[in-house]
Design a binder for this molecule. Structure first.
Ligand code: ATP
Ligand code: MG
Length: 149
């Protein structure tokens, strides 16, 4: 079945807010002409919940999180950008490995599983995931999924 992506994103943001995982605002924006997509709701939830809760968790000083949904012909592109602690360059390559945590996490709790689950979900949908980050400035994750298979 086709999934209403805008509705799902809004639902997830509401749920995170109710769970009080959201001390700072997540600013949601949509670009392009919205389309429903052949994407599995559970897999997409894993992807978005993990990336959004990381953006919040690794921004201990606060700072806005931008969540953008871009419709681009046959692709939907999700971007989650934070202004948190960032990821050291030497950790970027190992980020999606199970149990890998970067050297700068300090006391921030975690098991290092979230991103390996995200990566598996993206691969199951034959999508792509990229990360850009600068220590002390913030991090941007981009997930690109085909709208129909
Ligand atoms: P959990 O299994 O609870 O998600 P985790 O958050 O440590 O634990 P991942 O979500 O897999 O694990 O993330 C792996 C590592 O990548 C983190 O430990 C952290 O070092 C780094 N990381 C992930 N997202 C961010 C982010 N938005 N900002 C800074 N570092 C991040
Ligand atoms: Mg995590």
């Amino acid at each position: 079945t086709r999934l209403n992506l805008v509705k799902l994103c809004e639902q997830i943001l509401d749920e995170l807010q109710i769970a009080e995982l959201m001390p700072q605002p997540i600013v949601f924006a949509i670009n392009g002409e919205t389309q429903d997509a052949y994407i599995d709701e559970k897999l997409l939830r894993h992807i978005l919940v993990n990336l959004l809760s990381n953006a919040i968790k690794y921004s201990p000083q606060g700072g806005r999180v931008d969540f953008t949904l871009n419709f681009d012909e046959n692709w939907v592109v999700f971007q989650i950008r934070d202004r948190g602690i960032g990821i050291p360059p030497e950790d970027l390559q190992k980020l999606f490995e199970t149990f890998h945590r970067a050297g700068n996490v300090g006391e921030i709790p975690g098991t290092g599983l979230g991103l390996s689950i995200v990566k598996s979900c993206v691969d199951l949908h034959q999508g792509d995931i990229y990360v850009e980050s600068k220590v002390g400035e913030g991090t941007k994750f981009t997930v690109k999924l085909p709208i129909s298979c």
